[in-house]
Design a protein around this ligand. Structure first.
Ligand SMILES: Cc1cc2nc3c(=O)[nH]c(=O)nc-3n(C[C@H](O)[C@H](O)[C@H](O)COP(=O)(O)O)c2cc1C
Length: 180
C-alpha cells in the first residue's frame, strides 16, 4: 500500500477481533517502530510488545481504577470493557524522561499505526493508560514491564484485526496557517 493511502485510510479501531496477528506481521510492526527517528539518534525509546492477555487486562484495569467520572462515562458510551478494546497486541512506548521522549514515542507510534494499516491491520493510539504507570501511583505497573526507575510511560498503541471499522476523522482546514 502506498504511504499516502495508508495515511488517508487509517482510523482508530475501537472493536478488535481476539485473533492474534502473525509473527511476520509483528516483525513488520516492530521494524516500523525501530525505523522511527529519535532525537540525536539516541534510540533511547523502549518498545514494549505485549501479547499476554492477562497483562493487557491488568494495565487496563489499573487505569480504569483511577479513571475520573467523565472518561468513565465516555468508555461506557463506547461499551468498552478494556482500554485496549480487545486488541491482542499492545505496544507500550516508554523512555527515560528527556525533553524529546514524548515526541520520539509519538513518531514511533505513528509508524506502527501506518505500518499496521499498510498490511491490513487496524490500530488505536491509547494515552488513557498513563495512570497505570504514573510515578505517583503506588500500585503502578512499571515493574511488570521491567521499567527502570528513570523510565516513564509515553504512549501506547493497540493493534489487531478490526471487528468493525470507523471512518477516518474529517480533515479540518482551520488547523492550517499559510504564510506566503
Ligand atoms: C496522543 C493520543 C492519545 C490518544 N488516546 C486515546 C485513548 O486513550 N483512547 C482512545 O480510544 N483513543 C485515543 N486516541 C485516538 C483519538 O481519539 C483519535 O485519533 C481521534 O479521535 C481521531 O480519530 P481517528 O484516529 O479515527 O482519525 C488518542 C490519540 C492520540 C493522538
Amino acid at each position: 500500500m502506498k504511504t499516502l493511502t495508508a495515511i488517508k485510510q487509517r482510523s482508530s479501531c475501537r472493536n478488535f477481533s481476539t485473533k492474534q496477528i502473525t509473527e511476520q506481521e509483528l516483525e513488520q510492526l516492530i521494524n516500523a517502530a525501530l525505523a522511527a527517528p529519535t532525537a540525536r539518534n539516541l534510540q533511547d525509546l523502549k518498545i514494549n510488545v505485549i501479547q499476554d492477555n492477562q497483562l493487557i487486562q491488568d494495565i487496563s484495569d489499573e487505569s480504569f481504577r483511577l479513571m475520573d467520572e467523565e472518561i468513565l462515562e465516555r468508555m461506557k458510551s463506547r461499551n468498552a470493557q478494556s482500554l485496549f478494546y480487545g486488541a491482542p497486541t499492545v505496544f507500550i512506548l516508554s523512555s527515560p524522561y528527556t525533553s524529546f521522549s514524548n515526541q520520539n514515542a509519538g513518531l514511533a507510534t505513528q509508524n506502527i499505526a501506518l505500518a499496521a494499516e499498510a498490511i491490513g491491520l487496524s490500530s488505536c493510539i491509547i494515552g488513557l493508560v498513563a495512570p497505570a504507570f504514573a510515578e505517583d501511583n503506588p500500585q503502578n505497573l512499571k515493574n511488570r514491564l521491567s521499567m527502570t526507575d528513570d523510565e516513564r510511560f509515553c504512549l501506547a498503541i493497540a493493534v489487531g484485526y478490526a471487528n468493525s471499522e470507523k471512518e477516518p476523522h474529517q480533515l479540518n482546514q482551520n488547523q492550517i496557517r499559510i504564510f506566503d
